[in-house]
Write a protein that binds this ligand. Structure first.
Ligand code: FES
Ligand SMILES: [Fe+2]
Length: 436
């Protein structure tokens, strides 16, 4: 459990809050690059409770502003994106991607004062198919994160966004809560029927793993440890990287270059940025039965409602709280909660906790060691920033998170989990890291 004060400090992200100020010092994923076309319609974008407008100018540069025009605060989301800037729809003032005022056409020449009317623009950067925004206080932002998957995807579109209707922290905690796998996702699956070469079968056969945890320079890390074949143990790893990244397990460690960013839209809504470097190459991590058929209730992908230009209008699943995620008496015969597909099962369970979990009601257990350690690490880091201005090392030295991976590993019995991980990483297929 957490005290109400600790819960508030961890979950609230508005400007001026403990966690909100902390997060703003890091680069934040804003949207996919292909959501913004040159001279395309300005896009409403909400991040950390701030209403913003995003656009790509004629030359391809991205601007992200407070959506209120600095003249009389009409929304620039209703403006025109044309010829190197965004023009307000009310009196025609125009701004470039850095917020500089280029034009004040409703004023006589002698009355114009462009220098004094800068739009509130944030710094932006693009890499690996994503737009990042820096909303912090530094005049020169820190380097971009050095998380392998964010340099990709290598082929095609390996980035998937989904909006989740709840606070960012409980959404993130779903990613580091490993023991739910055997119930929520695989409660009706016979582990003995899963093909033997797939180590995920051990997570279905043995539903009560031992949890190993460690504080790391980039955040925290766990392994869920289970017996495997004779004389062997299976470990399933994930890492938390400040301030909201999780490298989750979806393949053997050596081949798994994937990450989720749990980005707060506001206190009660989250955008998930799911990136898998090899997805576009046809990476197949489906769980299969011994006869080769895919376990159908896990594999179903999310479907999305038509996109709108509302603050909350992007990447909303068609099955949601409003239609009980498609759950019926009939669907309960084939999955544990009557909801099909891993992403939607997670979505249902996490949203069911309410907009912000009241963590004073919890009874955490040994299965929750990673959740406890990660909360402690985040709270300590955010409060340290609030009191001393010091930030975690990974912000200015991001290379220390380059070996933070999730994934599966099978090792001889009694192998130290962190030594086994280091050995596996020596054999790992590494992402082609570029700075472009
Ligand atoms: S309110 Fe934008 S130009 Fe007047
Ligand atoms: Fe899950």
């Amino acid at each position: 459990m957490l005290t109400t004060a600790d819960n508030e400090a961890l979950t609230r992200v508005g400007r001026g809050t403990v966690m909100g100020n902390f997060m703003r010092e890091f680069w934040i994923p804003a949207c996919k690059s292909n959501e913004l076309a040159p001279d395309g319609m300005p896009m409403r974008l909400m991040l950390l409770g701030e209403k913003l407008v995003a656009f790509r100018d004629t030359a391809g540069r991205v601007g992200i502003f407070d959506h209120r025009c600095p003249h009389r605060c009409a929304s620039l989301a209703l403006g025109r994106n044309e010829q190197g800037g965004i023009r307000c729809g009310y009196h025609g003032w125009k701004f470039d991607v850095e917020g500089n005022c280029l034009d004040q056409p409703n004023l006589p020449d002698k009355n114009r004062f462009p220098a004094g009317t800068k739009a509130m623009a944030y710094k932006t950067a693009e890499r690996g198919g994503m737009v990042f925004v820096y909303m912090g206080k530094r005049p020169v932002p820190p380097p971009l994160p050095d998380i392998e998957a964010t340099f990709g995807p290598m082929h095609g579109d390996g980035i998937a966004l989904t909006q989740r209707d709840c606070n960012w922290l409980q959404a993130l905690e779903g990613d580091i809560d490993t023991s739910h796998l055997g119930f929520l996702h695989a409660g009706l699956i016979d582990g003995e029927a899963i093909e033997e070469k797939d180590p995920q079968r051990y997570t279905v056969i043995n539903k009560a793993p031992k949890i190993n945890v460690a504080d790391m320079p980039f955040g925290t890390m766990y392994s869920a440890q289970r017996p495997a074949g004779p004389g062997e143990e299976h470990h399933r790893f994930a890492c938390f990287i400040f301030p909201f990244w999780v490298t989750y397990p979806s393949d053997m460690i050596e081949h798994n270059v994937s990450v989720n960013a749990w980005v707060p839209i506001d206190d009660e809504n989250t955008m998930i940025f799911n990136i898998d470097l090899f997805r576009g190459e046809g990476k197949d991590t489906a769980m299969r039965y011994k006869d080769g058929t895919v376990v159908p209730t896990l594999a179903r992908p999310l479907e999305y409602l038509p996109r709108t230009n509302d603050w909350m209008g992007r990447w909303r699943p068609t099955q949601n709280r409003g239609n009980d995620y498609g759950r019926t008496e009939e669907t309960l015969k084939s999955t544990f909660i009557g909801v099909s597909g891993i992403p939607l099962q997670d979505q249902a369970m996490i949203e069911s906790m309410g907009p912000i979990v009241d963590r004073s009601l919890e009874h955490l257990a040994s299965s929750d060691r990673m959740v406890m350690m990660t909360r402690r690490a985040m709270l300590a880091a955010a409060r340290e920033f609030a009191s001393t201005g010091k930030l975690p090392e990974v912000l200015d030295n991001p290379a220390i998170s380059r070996t933070a991976r999730g994934g599966d590993m099978v090792v001889p019995e009694n192998t130290d989990w962190l030594e086994g991980y280091e050995e596996a990483m020596k054999r790992a297929v590494r992402a082609p890291v570029t700075t472009g």
